[in-house]
Design a protein around this ligand. Structure first.
Ligand code: ADP
Ligand code: NI
Length: 220
């Protein structure tokens, strides 16, 4: 039993080293400290939700290693994670569970089916929570700067009406991203523990955007 615990701790520190080595230099919002925050949230929520803490932490540590932005393709990214997991002292079911979580949890595709397992729902919520609130505001402006988008452009319409192709190639701004994605995330949270956190963070972000427009017009 104690050996088992020691092995698990070792797997988590190896996973941390692996994820750090891949994400250290990322500038697209998937940096190591994002992963660190997602792990902390998952660790806090897992016991409240009755989820397996080890699987949640392991999946949170690895969830962005396979991201398309960091790999030639998502498939190659997932293969990299699969190969790494195969080197660890884990049960086959554990490896399969973690692979399932990280391959299905990206929140980009709005029509994604809900996560199948409780652990998947917890880790997906933790990732979404990092896109809501004070830190999310900072991440969004950093990302927009990296992409070459302005902070705001009053002539840009929110792009709900565009086709996916127009959407991908159209211009955007940091403030637009709040409307397109971040302010919608609260309603897509899976678990009760995350919903409480999301609601508070959401209000903070709404107030921020409201204030931004007031200052833009010189009214505050
Ligand atoms: P995922 O974590 O599912 O890969 P993304 O890569 O889309 O999500 O986004 C990670 C973070 O980067 C978002 O939470 C947001 O803060 C920022 N971001 C993503 N796309 C944009 C964008 N077009 N403009 C501004 N910020 C963005
Ligand atoms: Ni993430």
């Amino acid at each position: 039993m104690e050996q088992h615990e020691a092995d698990r701790r070792e797997v988590l520190s190896e996973a941390e080293r692996f994820a750090k080595s891949v994400l250290e230099h990322d500038r697209t919002g998937h940096d190591w400290w994002h992963v660190h925050r997602v792990v902390k949230l998952a660790e806090r929520m897992a016991p409240e939700e009755g989820a397996d803490v080890f699987i949640c932490i392991l999946a949170a540590l690895l969830h962005d290693v396979a991201d398309e932005k960091l790999n030639e393709s998502k498939e190659l990214g997932l293969r990299k994670v699969g190969e790494w997991l195969a080197t660890q002292p884990l049960e086959v079911e554990e490896v399969e569970h973690v692979m399932e979580i990280i391959s299905t949890m990206s929140f980009n595709a709005g029509s994604n089916p809900p996560m199948r397992t409780l652990e998947g729902r917890v880790v997906q919520d933790a990732d979404r929570l990092d896109a809501i609130g004070a830190i999310a505001i900072a991440r969004t402006f950093v990302y927009a700067g990296w992409k070459g988008d302005p902070i705001h452009d009053p002539e840009l319409q929110p792009r709900h009406a565009m086709t996916p192709d127009e959407y991908r190639h159209g211009k955007s701004s940091a403030i637009n991203h709040f409307h397109e994605k971040l302010l919608k995330l609260k309603d897509r949270i899976n678990t009760a523990s995350a919903r409480r956190i999301a609601e508070e963070r959401h209000r903070y972000m709404e107030q921020y955007v409201e204030r931004f427009y007031q200052e833009w017009e010189g009214n505050a």
